[in-house]
Structures are given as C-alpha cells and as structure tokens.
Design a protein around this ligand. Sequence first.
Ligand SMILES: [Zn+2]
Length: 217
Amino acid sequence: MALRFPDVAEIRATFGTTLKSDLFGDPGIASRVEMTKTMFAIRAWAQQSKTAREIIKYVEEADQEVLIVGMKKGGYTCFSSDDPMIGKGVVYFDFDARFATKQANDTQAVMHHYIAFLHELGHAKQWIESPLFFNGSSMNTKKFATDLVAASKKFWQKKQKITYGQAGTLLQHNNMRLTSPSWAVRIEMDNLTRHEWPICDETRTPRRLGYTDLIST
Ligand SMILES: [Zn+2]
C-alpha cells in the first residue's frame, strides 16, 4: 500500500519544522484513527466518480510511498514531492477547510473538500507517473518554466478573451500550491484536465475555470 497515515508522533518528528513554519502556522494534527475514518468516508464519497476511484487505486497500488498529513483548524493544502524525504510524496490537507470556486458573473459554487483532497492526491498520481515533472531534471529549468508560463498565459488569454497581463494574474498560484518545485503551470493544467474536472463532471460539481479560482470559505 503506497498510501500511509503516519501517527501524530511521527508527523511531529518528521514534519515538525515545516508545520511550524509561517506557511502552516503549527496546526492541529489529525490522529491515525481520525484519518482512517476520513479515508473511509472519502472512499464512500468516491463511489460516484470513476476518476476519483481511479486516483485512489493508482496511488494505493504504486510502489512509491505517499504520506498523508491530515491537519485540523489551520494548516495548508498542498502536495510536496521529495521534501523532506527524497523519493516520497506528502499530501498535506486541512480537513477543516471548506472551498468554493469562482464562477462566471462573480458568483461562487461550493466545491466539496474531498475534491480538493483528491486534487492533491491527483498530484501524487502525477508524481508517480512522471517524477521528472516534479524532480530536478533537464526540463526543470528556469527557461523551461518561463516558456511554460508564457505559453499558458497565451492559452488563457485566447480562451477567456483577456489581456496577457490578466492571464498572468489568473495564473498566479495563490490558493493551492506545490511546495516543490515552484513552477507548476503545466502540472496544474494536467491535474485539472485529467483529474479534477472529470471528478467535478462525474459528481455534478461546477468546475473552476482556472487553477487560481479556488477560494477557502
Ligand atoms: Zn494543484
């Protein structure tokens, strides 16, 4: 089983410094019992979505280990590869957080927090499939990242009929982020198109338009 729920003592020992950083703000940690119950609930919820079930199955059956750090009342939502341990992925998730997505005409739609969790698990799946996306590789250079951002801005500029600058703002990665590496446009678009949007469609949840259109509520 590649999914592992470390206990509170292990989380404190392994991730203590990270969790106490400004980014996480020293949140409460979910116990293994709480996480086991939560995962049971997520599995039950995922029955309505083929894509959600496939993501869970893929990560569970992989050789690589993915640790889940469940947080309460604070914390952060992100996936981290190879940090703090090379060769391991970590999903950080605040299970008290609730989310909405920006929709057209300045309206908002509720997004179930399990979809946000499955988004992060989607990143774990991407990392298992294509570690070079995430790890230091010849592709992962500043030039490559710059080209990706430029291409992505052009794509959204055209798609949403907005200026290049507005597309840049749209792409600012300010709600859900990856801790490592910081370039993430390609990864986010791949995760949205192959994982999150199909889950939204299968569960009749309105999609977010761009990956910065997620709001904590
Ligand atoms: Zn993401």
